[in-house]
Design a protein around this ligand. Structure first.
Ligand code: OMP
Length: 271
């Protein structure tokens, strides 16, 4: 999917919502456990009920990988089930020496036809570039993450006072463009989102951390929105586990709609 196709979907739906698919057998409603593929049934119902409000889906690969070979089959079925006009993110946080990264890229872009994959920048250019060689596919590079451990390395300053995340943003812009490179910027770092926006004015940000992790959607929009919106705000648990009863998909729909309505107002205010 191209950047302009993504932006037109955002405008059409008045939404920049990414629904995170983090399906955990221990958390999904009990009645689904008798289905032949409970995780697929769960994701399918969530997708059917939230697709009106979402411009992206982000299956987190760990939740599928944890189930072994069957989990990979389920992931492929989920990826295939997501409507083709909705942006898909394989949240795999990959990255390795060049020839290995190339095969990771093939796995997610060719075998499963995802639009994008999350990539860790730690191993540098040759670990990221193979993902950038695919037409109309995207790298979503970890820049400033939402977790407490992000302080351990990402905020360390060099002798000139430049934090590591800033070096990641500056250097990686030599490898990709706003047409094929996005950044992960956590919603829990509200005070820093504006700084990241200055460093990467045109790139899309994938922003996890609203909802359960406590980030503020309005702050994200205030400091992070650009003239093409430039934001995909993810919520996983806050949507998919809104209810653990038979009405789980309808409850997910209500949560997704709530976020979309907030996003509509924010788009009107800042776009
Ligand atoms: P919830 O906190 O349940 O909304 O889930 C957040 C999702 O975003 C999980 O799948 C995380 O793995 C992912 N995530 C973060 O929470 N923080 C980050 O900095 C980066 C990610 C990610 O790359 O998606």
């Amino acid at each position: 999917m191209t950047r302009s196709e993504l932006f037109s979907q955002i405008q059409q739906k008045s939404s920049f919502l990414c629904v995170g698919l983090d399906p955990d057998l221990e958390k999904i409603p009990r009645h689904l456990l008798s289905e032949p593929d409970p995780i697929f049934s769960f994701c399918k119902a969530i997708i059917e009920e939230t697709a009106d409000f979402a411009v992206a889906y982000k299956p987190n690969i760990a939740f599928f990988e944890a189930l072994g070979a069957k989990g990979w089959e389920t992931l492929a079925k989920v990826a295939e089930f997501i409507p083709k006009d909705i942006f898909t993110i394989a949240d795999a946080k990959r990255g390795d020496i060049g020839n290995t990264s190339k095969l990771y890229a093939k796995a997610f872009f060719e075998s499963m036809n995802f639009d994008s994959v999350t990539v860790a920048p730690y191993m540098g250019k040759d670990s990221v570039s193979p993902f950038l060689e695919f037409d109309n596919k995207w790298v979503i590079l970890l820049a400033l993450t939402s977790n407490p451990g992000s302080m351990d390395f990402q905020l360390i300053e060099d002798k000139a006072g430049k934090p590591l995340y800033q070096s990641v943003l500056e250097k990686s812009q030599e490898w990709g463009s706003p047409e094929n490179l996005m950044y992960v910027v956590g919603a829990t770092r509200g005070e820093l989102i504006g700084k990241v926006r200055v460093l990467a004015p045109d790139h899309f940000f994938l922003v996890p951390g609203v909802g359960v992790q406590g980030g503020s959607l309005s702050e994200v929009a205030q400091f992070g929105m650009n003239s093409s919106c430039g934001l995909l705000v993810n919520s996983s648990r806050g949507i998919i586990y809104a209810s653990s009863e038979k009405d789980f998909a309808q409850a997910a729909r209500r949560e997704a709609e709530k976020l979309q309505l907030e996003m509509k107002d924010l788009l009107e205010k800042y776009l």
